[in-house]
Design a protein around this ligand. Sequence first.
Ligand code: PLP
Length: 514
Amino acid sequence: QDIETFRKNAKEMVDFMCDYYKTVGDHSTLSRVQPGYLAPLLPKKAPEDPESFESILADVQQHIIPGVTHWQSPNFFAFFPSNNSFPSLLGDMLSGMINCIGFNWMTSPACTELEMIAMDWLAKLVGLPDAYLNTSGVGGGVIQMSASDASVVAMIAARQRKLRQVKTEMEAQGKGDEFNEQDVIKRMVFYGSDEAHSCHKKGAMVLKLNFKTVAADDSYAVKGATLKKAIETDVAAGLLPTFFVGTIGSTSTGATDHLSEIGPVCRDTGVWLHVDAAWAGSAFVCPEHRELMRGMVDETTGEVYVDSYDFNPHKWLLVNFDCSAMWLKERADLVDALSIMPAYLRNKASASGSVIDYRDWQVPLGRRFRSLKLWFVMRSFGAKGLREHITKCVNLTRYFETLVTADDRFELIVPRTLALACFRIKPSVLSAHPGLDVNAVNKQIADGVNESSNFLITASEVKGKPEVADPATGKVAMVYFLRVTIGGWSEEENVRGVWDVIRGQADKVLAELR
Ligand code: PLP
């Protein structure tokens, strides 16, 4: 390995990256390759002799880029944005350079300490309570790989807390000898809305925990009373309600559970409240959007109801994947559940109890120096720049909303949330075609956009409102709809462009019906 060759190649790589970003909007956002496209294009085994950087980069251009779906394209309106930024890329290069495996403090003190500081900065930036700060010594923030990981970790902490509580109660009743961890875990119940992200159910599957779905209301949000009823029913059946995951900004429609009702229910029943704001959480750099967080904290007493909270700066805060920011109100149960100290990990700093060992806050041992990119982003944009970024995305979505509502063939299926618009062709547009499935027509439009243009959008499905239930069967039909969510790279012309394509597809599909 030769440093001067690296210096030269790295400069070429940066040129390659800059050229990519300059032209990424010119390509189809969705990769058009077919499954299995790559194997016939590459050798069957690794080369015996070293190959040049130039030949590898040529293959990247020729074979890899065609198989890339361009999440950083200004024409990407699908799923949720996962935007990076140049400061973030630079921070991540540095992380690659240092390449420490920062599982405990002594493996790279800066890796732990910068994460503690960056997470405290971020907590303040998005208006979270002081109880979550690392400086509190009780709560604290940690960077996980994904919201899914944060959910698993939150469930582990909730399970540990419930075990501790049950054990203490049994000991107080003189029944300590009867305490059996597995029996208690079997009685635990973990809840989430039917609109919560599937990662929570998956987390419970991984941990072999009993996960129950709580029905969302007509606005796709869970009410406190619904959760309370589910908890009471389970308590009456001898079960142990343990955990509820609430969502701010659900994946399908951007719905937010009724947190001000849910917080007191969870507190009064000893249920751990985890809040997943994976996408929407970035918006809280702007105080005007913090209305969505209402209910996390009791406004009169200041009591924090949410035991753990997570959002993904790697979605909408210009930090490249992976960076999922998680905070806990009390770190003790998590550390207690995940702490294990074989001889080779023992060290003076850990033994002193004066440092955080982040390996005890996550499932894997090893961890990357992820706070660097977050720190670079917060410093390079400043709070002001991050607010401008969110405001721009929200304003562009407002603009998109005006385009949708100005076309009387379309309707929003729920009010816009931040930078997410959910809409469809109205059923009434098809009134001349009785029996025609409005969902199929909307699907045809969504597929048409993605197959025929450079733009990428997603579609989803939710339960229809009760008033559209079939009078004969009482069954509520599913509503299929189109979603456009706007991230940091898009400009007005891209938004106008995707709308023109959607409208054009609608013209085409409706004309074919005539
Ligand atoms: N939670 C919500 C609300 C999401 O929208 C998503 C992904 O879009 C996730 C969780 C999963 O995120 P991750 O990929 O970070 O696990």
